[in-house]
Design a protein around this ligand. Structure first.
Ligand code: IMP
Length: 455
């Protein structure tokens, strides 16, 4: 199934939680109406799972538009790229999709993840674990900002690459690493020749495409709450995952992006350590994990699960300027008697908090204040039309929209391309609207004590 055509020429889709919102499927669905899909940050720490004709594909570096014919896919300047993993991903994909330099363009400005950076990431995790993917992401961005990184344009240039290796020998442990991981370093050097044909000034090409009126979709990886500045620092990734990250990655006018689409699950998950106020570590969390198959696409780690946090979602909507939300994996919530959503936090000394705290420690100390909504028993996975949705689903969706002040444009009700229920530009069907009004009058949506004023 094709997604609805994008109404705007330049759009951006990103995660509105801690990653793993299921962005890949939506990018793949929206991509047919675009000429170009651009990944703008992160590296192979991402894991975008797509189910195409029943077959599972996990992409780590390649944009999720890669399966579309006549589509240019771009890895832009803000990315960190492990050349060995890029080549492995391309060769894994070969039986399904032969990706050549005509289809995939890689930024000459992107930074290279080397075996050294992966080694440092693992070492740091031993000293101070935050639960990274151990893919070398943090140390590569560290070197970039310290101006000692290896840029793609130098990587593919033999003598410049060797000069970088020489310059790094002053760093304690680097020379030893060259010996200890000699095999990895050898494949690393060999990869340069194979990656070179894909490399271009992609930022110039993207700006040119936009100016020529071509349709461009920017693809975010990870999630807004993992953003280096605006996420739950230090339990974050090392890149700008929010909408603004696309602007700096390409070097383009902020107004170039006409539409920002946030993807959220109908509940919440997180991998790795860090604050997660609505986490359910008992049977509810286990049930969400089982039904939602919540295991990391990159690390296979079980994900922490809990209820949807509307304080955090509202924050993500604001930080990104979301024009619409896609509410994904709604089918997983079937058969819960009641469904909770956090509408505020209770802090031991600060009292009730309605704004997402800037400090991770404060968030860690917060308990969620919940509103409780009725569940539904119906299996949503076969529904294709919004008119078939149970009333309780409408209550849930409208509650979210009203709280975060952003419309929900699509519902996700299963892993396949076709599992999507569009709500775009359509109002709640009349009989359901009437029934919702009655429900609200009867007080059928309960707030916990301090959340009784929730919308
Ligand atoms: P790093 O990006 O490997 O440095 O990991 C930093 C944090 O971001 C850890 O908590 C990871 O679990 C998390 N993280 C990184 N990439 C993803 C992703 O694609 N989905 C969800 N979490 C991620």
């Amino acid at each position: 199934m094709r997604g609805p055509p994008l109404k705007d020429q330049v759009a951006l889709i990103l995660g509105a939680q801690w990653g793993d919102e299921g962005k890949g499927k939506w990018i793949d669905m929206l991509a047919p109406s675009c000429d170009m899909v651009v990944r703008f940050q992160g590296g192979d720490n991402a894991g975008h799972t797509l189910f195409i004709e029943g077959k599972k594909h996990v992409l780590h570096l390649l944009p999720s538009g890669i399966f579309q014919k006549d589509m240019t896919c771009v890895l832009a300047a803000g990315m960190v790229i492990n050349p060995n993993r890029l080549l492995a991903e391309l060769s894994e994909l070969k039986p399904v999709q032969d990706v050549g330099p005509g289809k995939l363009w890689i930024s000459a400005r992107s930074q290279i993840i080397t075996p050294w950076h992966i080694h440092l990431d693992k070492l740091k995790e031993k000293e101070q674990a935050i639960g990274t993917t151990k893919r070398g992401i943090g140390p590569t961005y560290t070197d970039k900002v310290a101006r000692s990184g290896l840029r793609m344009s130098h990587f593919i240039h033999e003598s410049k690459r060797q000069a970088w290796v020489e310059s790094m020998k002053t760093q304690p442990g680097f020379a030893e690493n060259l010996e200890e991981q000699a095999e990895e370093w050898q494949t690393f050097h060999e990869a340069a020749r194979l990656v070179a044909p894909f490399v271009r000034d992609t930022e110039h090409e993207v700006r040119k495409a936009i100016a020529a009126g071509r349709s461009v979709l920017f693809e975010g990886a990870q999630g807004s709450l993992l953003d280096i500045d605006h996420g739950t620092y230090p339990y974050v990734t090392s890149s700008s995952t929010i909408a603004g990250g696309a602007i700096t990655s390409i070097g383009m006018a902020p107004k170039a992006i006409q539409r920002v689409i946030g993807v959220t699950k109908a509940y919440a998950t997180r991998v790795g350590a860090g604050p997660f106020p609505t986490e359910e570590d008992g049977p509810i969390g286990q049930e969400l994990a089982r039904k939602g198959k919540e295991f990391g696409a990159t690390t296979k780690r079980p994900r922490r699960c809990g209820w949807l946090d509307l304080v955090a979602l509202k924050y993500a909507v604001e930080v990104n300027g979301c024009d619409e939300l896609i509410l994904n994996k709604l089918d997983i919530l079937s058969e819960f008697d009641e469904i909770k959503v956090a509408t505020a936090y209770q802090h031991p000394t600060l009292g009730k908090i309605e704004q997402f705290p800037s400090d991770g420690d404060t968030l860690q100390e917060c308990k969620p204040v919940y509103a409780t909504l009725s569940g539904w028993d119906e299996d949503l996975s076969q529904i294709t039309d919004k008119n078939q949705l149970p009333e309780a689903v409408w209550v849930y969706v409208r509650f979210i929209e009203e709280f975060v002040q952003c419309p929900v444009s699509m519902l996700g009700n299963g892993p396949e391309r076709g599992h999507a229920i569009p709500l775009i530009e359509e109002s709640t069907p009349q009989p359901i609207a009437q029934s919702l009004r009655e429900k609200a009058q009867r007080g059928a949506i309960r707030g916990s004590e301090s959340a009784s004023s929730a919308p």
